[in-house]
Design a protein around this ligand. Structure first.
Ligand SMILES: Cc1cc2nc3c(=O)[nH]c(=O)nc-3n(C[C@H](O)[C@H](O)[C@H](O)COP(=O)(O)OP(=O)(O)OC[C@H]3O[C@@H](n4cnc5c(N)ncnc54)[C@H](O)[C@@H]3O)c2cc1C
Length: 563
C-alpha cells in the first residue's frame, strides 16, 4: 500500500518548511492537484497545500461528468470541443475506474432548443471533433423508439432524440487519485493547511507563503521559487493578499443537484434536456448507484463560497423541471429528495463587461510579483490546464535556475488506481478482481463490484484490510476496510472526508451513512486519540453538513405550507 496518511501529512509539512521548493501550489481541488502531478512528473519539486480537504470546494460539487463539450458546439467553439473530447479519452485511459462511459439521451420537442436536424448534425460534428470511437457514435431515435428506450420521458410534443456518449465520474475521487499519484512521484502534499499570507523577496517577487496548520493551530512558512494560486472560487482572495486583484475577476454562480431514489425516479438512461421554463438552461438527470441525480441551477452567488446553500427556490425549480419533463409513477415532491449538493462555478468576468460576457474558459494571470493564478475551466480539462501553467513555470525555472525544461509527462501517466490495462483492459480486470473478492475474500458480488469500481487497481489493498467476521469495531467489514484504507492511503483527517468525499455515502447512500456515522467517528476518535472537544467538533462538522445535505429544513418549510 502506498502511504498517504496523517504521518505523510506531518512529514510533508515539515519537509516543505525545511527546504525551498521549486513550486508551491495553493488549493487542492482538481486544478491544483493536476498542476502538482504535472509539475512533479517533470522533475519540478512541488508542494501542495489545501485549507480543508482535497476537493472540498467545487471539485466535489460538479455534475460529475467528464464532458465531451457538446455545449461548446452550440457556440461553434470547435477547437474546445476537439480539445475536451481528446482530454476525455485520455482521462478514461489513465483512470478507467473513475470514468464510466454512459449513453446520454437528448430528447427534443416542438419549440425546444434542439430539433431533429440540428441535433443530428450537431452530434455528428461532436462525434468527429471529440474523436468518439465508431462503436460509441451517436444514434437518432424516432419518438416511439425514444419512449421504448426510456418510457418515463414525456411523450407530448416529442419529436425524437439523439443518443450520444458521455463519461460519468466521481469528481472528488478523481481529484484524490491525481493527488495520490503526485504524492507517489514525490510531491509534498498536505490537506487542512491554509495559506494566510504571501512572502516576498527583496525585489518584491513572491517567494513563498505563510500558513496555518488547521489541525494543530501551528503556523509556519514555506519557501518556493514559484507560487501558483489554484484556489477556484477563492482565487481572488489570494490575489487580494498579493494586491493584484485587478482587471478580470471572478464571478461565482451557484449550481445545485438533488438525489432521489431510483424507485421514485426510475429512469434507466441519462438525459440532457431543456428546462421547460424557456430560460435557455439545460439539465442533466443521471442514474447512479440505485439513485438518480438531477441538476443544475445557475444563479449568481455573492456570499462565502465555502458552503453555498440549497434554497426552497432551487428545490422547486429542479423538481418542477423533472415533473414536467418526465411522466413518473408519482410526481416528485421535496420529501422524495434524499440528499443534494451545491457548488459554485469560479467563472471569469472582465471589469466593466456585462455578466453575459462571462467566460467559462480557463485563464492564467501573472501578477507583477510573479504570482501565477489560474481560474475558470472544467474538471474535464484539468490535465490541459495543468500543462499550460506548468509550461510557464518550467520556462521561468529554466531561465532562472539550472532546471532543464521538459514538456508534459501526463498524457500516458496512469492515475492512482488506474493500473488496470487501460480502457481496453478495464472490463476483464474488473471481472477478475470481482471474482477474486467473492472467492478469496468472501464478499457479496455487489460489494466486490462497488469496491473494484471505486478503487480500481488499489482494490487489492482494500481486500487485504478486510477483517474476518461481519463486523469490526461496530462497522460492517467493508466499511472498516474502506475507512482504514482512507486513513492509511487517502489522508482522511476528519470523519466528513470519509463519509462525503472518499465514499460518497452522504450523497448516494444516506441511509447507510446514518447507520455507520457514529461508529466511524468513534473509530477515528480512538485512532487519532482525540479529546472530547475535538471529537465534538468533528461530530458537529458531520451533523452540520448533513443538515445542509438532507434538506430537512426545506422539507419542513414545505410541510408547514410556508412555500
Ligand atoms: C454545479 C457545477 C457543475 C459542474 N459540472 C461539471 C461537469 O460535469 N464536468 C466538468 O468538467 N466540470 C464541471 N464543473 C466545473 C468544475 O467542477 C470546476 O471547474 C472545477 O471543479 C474547479 O476546480 P478548482 O480546483 O479550480 O476549484 P476548487 O475545487 O474549488 O479548489 C480550490 C481549492 O482551493 C482551496 N483553498 C482556497 N483558499 C485556500 C487557502 N487560503 N489556502 C489553501 N487552500 C485554499 C479550497 O479549499 C479548494 O479546495 C461544474 C461546476 C459546478 C459548480
Amino acid at each position: 500500500m502506498k502511504e498517504f496518511s496523517n504521518e505523510t501529512r506531518a512529514k510533508n509539512l515539515q519537509a516543505m518548511q525545511n527546504e525551498e521548493l521549486d513550486l508551491l501550489v495553493i488549493g487542492g481541488g482538481i486544478t491544483g492537484s493536476g498542476i502538482t502531478l504535472d509539475a512533479q512528473s517533470r522533475g519540478i519539486q512541488t508542494g501542495l497545500v489545501e485549507m480543508r480537504d482535497f476537493a472540498s470546494g467545487t471539485s466535489s460539487r460538479s455534475t460529475k461528468l467528464v464532458h465531451g463539450g457538446l455545449r461548446y458546439l452550440a457556440q461553434f467553439a470547435l477547437k474546445e470541443v476537439h480539445e475536451v473530447g481528446s482530454e476525455r479519452a485520455i482521462v478514461y485511459n489513465n483512470a478507467p475506474q473513475i470514468t464510466t462511459p454512459l449513453k446520454m439521451m437528448l430528447p427534443f420537442y416542438a419549440g425546444g432548443t434542439y430539433g431533429p436536424f440540428t441535433t443530428s448534425v450537431g452530434l455528428d460534428v461532436y462525434d468527429r471533433l471529440a474523436q468518439v470511437k465508431k462503436s460509441e457514435r451517436k444514434i437518432m431515435l424516432e419518438p416511439n423508439e425514444t419512449i421504448d428506450r426510456e418510457p418515463y420521458v414525456k411523450a407530448e410534443g416529442l419529436l425524437g432524440s439523439g443518443v450520444y456518449v458521455e463519461y460519468r465520474t466521481d469528481d472528488a475521487r478523481l481529484t484524490l487519485e491525481v493527488a495520490k499519484k503526485a504524492s507517489e512521484l514525490g510531491a509534498l502534499i498536505a490537506n487542512y493547511t491554509k495559506v494566510t499570507g504571501l512572502l516576498y523577496d527583496e525585489n518584491h517577487k513572491v517567494c513563498g507563503v505563510k500558513f496555518v496548520d488547521v489541525q494543530s493551530g501551528e503556523t509556519g512558512e514555506i519557501h518556493a521559487k514559484k507560487v501558483v494560486n489554484s484556489c477556484g472560487p477563492w482565487v481572488d482572495e489570494i490575489r487580494d493578499m498579493d494586491g493584484s486583484n485587478k482587471g478580470k475577476h471572478l464571478h461565482l454562480t451557484k449550481g445545485v443537484h438533488l438525489v432521489i431514489d431510483n424507485a421514485k425516479f426510475p429512469i434507466s438512461n441519462s438525459l440532457f434536456f431543456d428546462t421547460p421554463f424557456h430560460d435557455g438552461r439545460m439539465m442533466f438527470a443521471i442514474p447512479r448507484e440505485g439513485k438518480t441525480y438531477i441538476g443544475t441551477t445557475d444563479t449568481t452567488w455573492e456570499e462565502d463560497p465555502k458552503e453555498p446553500n440549497i434554497t426552497v427556490a432551487d428545490v422547486t425549480y429542479i423538481l418542477a423541471a423533472a415533473n414536467q419533463m418526465f411522466e413518473l409513477p408519482q410526481k416528485l415532491t421535496p420529501d422524495d429528495v434524499e440528499s443534494g449538493w451545491s457548488g459554485v462555478r469560479p467563472l471569469i468576468q472582465e471589469e466593466g463587461k456585462s455578466p453575459s460576457e462571462i467566460s467559462r474558459k480557463d485563464e492564467i494571470f501573472q501578477s507583477d510579483t510573479g504570482l501565477l493564478s489560474i481560474a475558470g475551466g472544467k474538471l474535464t480539462g484539468y490535465r490541459k490546464m495543468a500543462e499550460k501553467i506548468v509550461d510557464r513555470v518550467g520556462e521561468q525555472l529554466a531561465a532562472e535556475t539550472d532546471y532543464t525544461f521538459e514538456g508534459q509527462q501526463t498524457e500516458h501517466l496512469l492515475l492512482s488506481g488506474g493500473d488496470v490495462g487501460g480502457d481496453e483492459g478495464w472490463s476483464s480486470y474488473f471481472y477478475k478482481m470481482v471474482h477474486e473478492g467473492i472467492v478469496n475474500y468472501d464478499l457479496e458480488r455487489e460489494d466486490a463490484e462497488k469496491l473494484v469500481q471505486r478503487y480500481g487497481s488499489n482494490v487489492a489493498d482494500i481486500y487485504e484490510l478486510l477483517p474476518d467476521g461481519e463486523e469490526k469495531d461496530g462497522l460492517p467489514r467493508v466499511d472498516w476496510a474502506m475507512l482504514n484504507y482512507g486513513l492509511k492511503a487517502e489522508m482522511v483527517e476528519h470523519p466528513i472526508d470519509y463519509l462525503l468525499r472518499r465514499s460518497s455515502q452522504m450523497l448516494f447512500n444516506i441511509n447507510h451513512m446514518n447507520e455507520v456515522k457514529d461508529a466511524v467517528i468513534d473509530y477515528m476518535a480512538d485512532y487519532y486519540n482525540w479529546d472530547e472537544a475535538t471529537k465534538k467538533s468533528m461530530t458537529d462538522e458531520v451533523n452540520e453538513k448533513l443538515a445542509l445535505t438532507d434538506l430537512h429544513e426545506i422539507k419542513d418549510a414545505y410541510a408547514a405550507h410556508e412555500v
